[in-house]
Design a protein around this ligand. Sequence first.
Ligand code: TRP
Length: 450
Amino acid sequence: MPSKSPKESWSSKKSFILAATGAAVGLGNIWKFPYMAGDNGGSAFVIIYLICVVFIGLPIMMAEIILGKCGCKNPIDTMKNLAIEAKATPMWRYTGWIGSLSLLLILSFYSVVSGWSIFYLLKTSVGFFNNKTPYEITEYWNTFLQSPLNLLIWHSLFMFITMYVVAKGVKNGLEKASNILMPALFVVLILLAIYSSATGDSKKALNFLFSFDYHKITPSLIIDALGHAFFTLALGAGCMLVYGAYLPKKVTVSGSVVSIAFLDVMVAFLSGMAIFPLVFKYNLTPQGGPGLMFEVLPITFAQMPFGSIIGTFFFLLLLFAAWTSSISLAEPLVLLLIEKAKISRKISAIIVGCTAWVIGIGSLLSFNLWSDYKLFGKWTIFYINTDLTTNFLLPIGGLLFSVFAGWKLSQIKAREALGFQKEWQYKSWLFLVKYIAPIAIILIIAKAVI
Ligand code: TRP
């Protein structure tokens, strides 16, 4: 056994695409995108986010996946081995360490927020929100956050179901389920967006999300948009690298990446159109913060025909999407322990799960008992894990992957792994990862810090 690599593998290109889409589509699209857009004044955020997805996210996603494909190991060893091969310093391995830290912190709060979704699923399914006024529904959210024990139960449950799947290895069952559930999530979101646009203030919502107003662009908006592009595409932390490492040798990646990113953005837009028409109709503020989705959507479910059934489906599918994403957060960490500490997948999963669970407790207490504990009087633990990790650690990880793929990796290997049909596509990719993405990330971070 010790001589055998514990490496898993996707059965086909299609299962890779499903798994990578599963990693990308999650709470980031449905829960985080609307409130980030809301907090940042809407359209300016949306446009900058799109630019970041296309010119920074897409090329870096390709870079990260091909690094995994060429290295075939956990992110740390992959970076170290590829660096040695390229006669570069083995210090590149620290990229893998930074990524692992990001994954752990993100996983910890991801489970807390997914826990909120489990609770709201249960409440919606028994028709709890029917007959409640919008005011009562938003008040209910605030009361819910005040109960640490309640939050802890759902956080623990979600962490358990994530680590259960991870402990069992890359799951065929999950791949098959994605085949049906991902399209189903799309359908439910379309339904919600249509209903919300028809009954709410769709004109204002469209205006808010898409009419570009460059006056609103600020350094903090740009860093939020950059961070969100990384978060939503699951980039900069070694997650896509590991999914690339599980690719069969012959499969190339460039085409798949474009469709994954397209789908990902569409889900976010649909979610925005499900939420904002109602925000404006009921005069709620778009700056609802992390609670926005939980305050607004139950109002829809309370009013629309068959609301509790559709709401139940919605939360079920959201949970499924969150589940596949959280698995993708945990998988690289578990692989790391398996390969580095030479322990079994099961034990590794338990260690990763327990660590993230404990850190998650800090996040959930940020909303109640520890709400006054703030680093530099500003940042709660939840905020550190969500915003600071997303806005700084992920782009820094992405920057390093990009520089490595553009400047150090053998371009013969890169070209082969990417499998572009046309030379100009490869040339554009190389230009983006060599110059545009790194320079843009450095400038954006520098501007946000200084
Ligand atoms: N993309 C996921 C979402 O939008 C979150 C996620 C999954 C992630 N895996 C990741 C973020 C790896 C960063 C790195 O919800």
